[in-house]
Design a protein around this ligand. Sequence first.
Ligand code: NAD
Length: 314
Amino acid sequence: MTFTLGVHESVEVVFSPESFPDVLDVPEESAVETRIVAHDDATALDDLDAIVTFAYDEAFLDADLEWIHSIQTGVDRFPFSDLEAAGVALTSSTGIHGDAVGDTVAGYMLSFARGLHVYRDAQVDGRWDRTPPAPPFSLAGERLCLVGLGVLGRGIAARAAGLGMDVVGVRRTPTPVANVDEVYGRDRLAEAIGGARFVALALPLTPESEGLIGPAELDAMREDAYLINVARGPVVDEEALIEAVSNGTIAGAALDVFETEPLPETSPLWDLQNVILTPHVAAAHREYAARVAAIVGESLRRRERGEELANRVV
Ligand code: NAD
């Protein structure tokens, strides 16, 4: 028997599809032979049993796939109910991004505290300008509020605690989390973000979290506070955010994700000095393919034993 796993061409935005077989350990000494093939238009989906992908393609539903693995943690682009109705399993890549995203968020906070982003802009212009964009500060003793305390939130919390920050967080069940001094329930969001110098969003995009940060929440933030979004663009009302950073309701923002990606050339965000933009690369890592492969390999082994796939969402 053969189990054929396709690697969809869309993974190219994160790693080379050709590199995936080199890092994936398939089950050995098994009755089922696992074949890994690169899927492009020339390879019929019908020949595949499962696919590892970045993008969602409606054709996945018509093919006789058993299982789709998303190389991202966020699976908001996948139609859960259609997949369920078609009997297709969906698994995610949660669990592997805490260190990379944690480092990225620490970098944003250090830039804002020390003005690094503005000095880099001056360097590009060849300007010796010592004027700080805001009164410089150090992170020790400053409060970070994390909204979402899963893999990303915990990775960020560990780094912030190491920098001497006072870390609080918001989660649906307000039970204790390592490196987080106080955990608030969802109903206390305004109170939690109101006392923080940095508010970092690290939760999935769901019907509940869409538009979670709008005009009222931005008003609840301190005037010297920064919003960080490494979750998904639509968690924040982008127009309200542009207004808030333009008129000084908050001090600035660091954004890795946007309502529309790539960010349109016409977006006012490009021109705001107190906004740091990164093009959805907060989780980028040279080991990304190997880390995804470890999850997929685990699922293949579990499948062999008749167990549930790893990180199953649908
Ligand atoms: P995770 O599943 O480990 O953790 C998500 C946490 O958010 C969970 O603890 C969950 O209980 C909590 N949560 C869900 N809805 C909430 C709500 N309304 N209010 C408060 N908390 C809520 O996932 P993760 O690995 O931490 O990733 C979180 C999200 O970040 C992903 O779903 C994805 O959209 C995004 N992400 C972005 C990047 C990037 O490159 N920028 C990388 C990885 C993940």
